[in-house]
Every structure is written in structure tokens, then in C-alpha cells.
Ligand binder design. Structure first.
Ligand code: NAD
Ligand code: MG
Length: 295
């Protein structure tokens, strides 16, 4: 019997969003509506049985959806986030534990190289191994005019979005084995940059070069490296200055599917790229954009 058909334009929230603003990094549980990260809606099929995964930005949004899906697919999961996000992180741990998997919470700031090393050591030790890095954490702060874009912001955005990928990967390589996977997170902004996201869009293009270069370097070791490039997705990032607050009600309406994505709609792609199903896939970028497309 075929499954009930659905309409992608109405499958999730497709009305205007209520106006709202938080200070970064923001708390998902205070958002209206609360994003769907698969707490109830994602169904696993044991595609990552026994794997040990580390997800940065795993407390909320897209990283949270990946972390929850990984656990529902049978993996133990460590998540990294900022200390201010402890409540969101604890909610994720409860979901992971409710499906019988181990959750490890490691708060800390990825813009510090020593912390990136500590993160890997702790994840490896507490998980009892490490098979995957899912690098989702990111900073996005909209600034209309390059003349108002501070050097401090440019450096911070690059430290979090790009430099941390080098630091975390260097710390982890001694532990990764053939069959391990690394997944980075770029954006449609790498391909169609908005005028008010100059620093952010530049980091998202750098992430693609990092992904492809690292895949070339690690292919012979049997370690695959791929990238997910989301379009507009309903997460804390967007209501914490990622977009000017006046555009929040219409967020996502410009896409061919006429609504913002929900984080759970990205989960299947992260699972695919982490699992053996994608064993001949490396150096690729997968777009999940509501139709905005990535080239
Ligand atoms: P989010 O706010 O839920 O996630 C971002 C996370 O980054 C935060 O939860 C926080 O834990 C982490 N973070 C920020 N600064 C950090 C730091 N200094 N140290 C450690 N962690 C830090 O929002 P999201 O939209 O799910 O973002 C996840 C990724 O998706 C980002 O890389 C973002 O660029 C990318 N992305 C999002 C969208 C979108 O529309 N939401 C679109 C394209 C790409
Ligand atoms: Mg968060």
C-alpha cells in the first residue's frame, strides 16, 4: 500500500512567522514556532548502528536534527555548543537517551584552537571512539554596508565558520579510520551571496574549498568528506541577527517551495553522507534549499 501523499509546500509551517529577536547564540526552545528537529518526526532505520559521532552546533537547528537522527539510526552522539545553550543541549541529550543511545555534552567555544583539541579528546574518550565529525556550528550576522562591517566581526566569523574546521580536523585525524566520515555545512549563500552577508557568505565558500581539498587529501585513507548546503531553514541563527528582524515573517517565502525548511528536512542527507550507503561519495556538496539550488 502506498504511503499517504503529502504536499511539500504545506508539510511544515508555511504561514508568516511571528516577529521575534534574541541575542546570539539564541535558544531554540524560546522560538515561535519551535523548529522541528525530528524529536518526534524522524524515524530511524539503524543505518548508523554502533557509530560514534561528534556534532558541533548540536544543541539546536540543523546540528540538533543531525544529532537526533544519528541517535535514532543507532549511533552514540557527542554534541558541542556554547555554554549559554545548556538548556537546549540537555533537551537533545534527553531525546538521544530516550532511544537508548549515549549522549555526551561538551560545551565550549570553537573559536579557540586549544578548545577544539580538548573537544576531540573528550569526545573520543567519552564515546569510546570516534567515527564521524559533523561540523555544523556557525555564526551569521547581517550587516547592510561593508563600511559598518567591523574587523572584529570578520575575524570571529572566519574563526568559528572556517578556522575551527582546520583545528577540529587536525585534532581528530589520529582517531579517524577507513570508513570514517567528515561532513561540513556550507550554505546557498556560497553560490548566491546576499549583499548583507559578505563575511558569512565568504566563509561558506571557503568551507566548500576546504571540503573538496580535504576529500582529495583523505581519499586514499578511506575517509570521505562531504558538505551540506542548506537554503533558508527555521533556526535560532536567523532570529539572532542572521537576518534583519523585519524580514523574519516572510523568511523562506522566496523559495520555489514557498516556505522555510525545518531542520529535520536536512537530517536524511547528513545520515546518508555519514552512512555506508554513500560509500562512493566524497568531495560532494548536497543542496537542501527549497529549490534555490546551488549552481
Ligand atoms: P543554530 O543557531 O541552531 O546553530 C548554530 C550553532 O552554532 C549554535 O547552536 C551554536 O551552538 C554554534 N556556535 C556558534 N558560535 C559558536 C562558537 N563560538 N563555538 C561553538 N559553537 C558555536 O542555527 P542553524 O541554522 O542550525 O545553523 C547551523 C549551520 O547551518 C550553520 O553553519 C549555518 O551557517 C548553516 N546554515 C543555516 C541556514 C539557515 O537558514 N538556518 C542556511 C544555510 C546554512
Ligand atoms: Mg543553538
Amino acid at each position: 500500500m502506498s504511503k499517504q501523499t503529502y504536499n511539500p509546500t504545506t508539510k511544515y509551517h508555511h504561514d508568516k512567522f511571528p516577529k521575534q529577536k534574541q541575542n546570539p547564540p539564541g535558544l531554540q526552545y524560546e522560538m515561535k514556532p519551535v523548529p522541528d528537529c525530528g524529536e518526534k518526526s524522524y524515524q530511524g532505520h539503524q543505518r548508523l548502528e554502533g557509530r560514534k559521532m561528534l556534532v558541533t552546533g548540536g544543541d539546536s537547528g540543523i546540528g540538533r536534527a543531525a544529532a537526533i537522527a544519528y541517535a535514532k539510526e543507532g549511533a552514540d552522539v557527542a554534541i558541542n555548543y556554547l555554554p549559554a545553550e545548556q538548556k537546549d543541549a540537555e533537551d537533545v541529550a534527553k531525546v538521544i537517551e530516550s532511544v537508548g543511545r549515549k549522549a555526551v555534552l561538551i560545551p565550549g567555544d570553537l573559536s579557540s584552537e586549544p578548545f577544539c583539541k580538548k573537544l576531540i579528546e573528550e569526545a573520543h574518550k567519552k564515546l569510546g571512539g570516534l567515527d564521524n565529525l559533523t561540523l555544523v556550528a556557525g555564526k551569521q550576522t547581517a550587516v547592510e554596508d561593508i563600511m559598518q562591517l567591523t574587523t572584529e566581526q570578520i575575524i570571529k566569523t572566519f574563526e568559528i565558520n572556517v578556522f575551527s574546521l582546520f583545528w577540529v580536523t587536525k585534532a581528530a585525524l589520529g582517531y579517524l579510520k577507513p570508513g570514517s566520515t567528515i561532513i561540513t555545512t556550507s550554505s546557498v549563500q556560497a553560490y548566491q551571496p546576499s549583499g548583507n552577508l559578505l563575511d558569512y557568505a565568504s566563509t561558506k565558500t571557503a568551507i566548500i574549498a576546504f571540503t573538496r581539498g580535504l576529500a582529495a587529501q583523505l581519499g586514499s585513507k578511506g575517509i570521505r568528506v562531504n558538505c551540506v548546503a542548506p537554503g533558508p531553514v527555521w533556526t535560532p541563527l536567523q532570529i539572532c541577527g542572521g537576518q534583519p528582524s523585519e524580514v523574519i515573517p516572510e523568511f523562506g517565502k522566496q523559495t520555489p517551495l514557498k516556505r522555510a525548511g525545518q531542520p529535520v528536512e536536512l537530517a536524511g542527507v547528513y545520515v546518508h553522507l555519514a552512512s555506508e550507503e554513500s560509500s562512493y561519495t566524497t568531495a560532494e556538496v548536497y543542496g537542501v534549499t527549497g529549490g534555490m539550488h546551488i549552481n
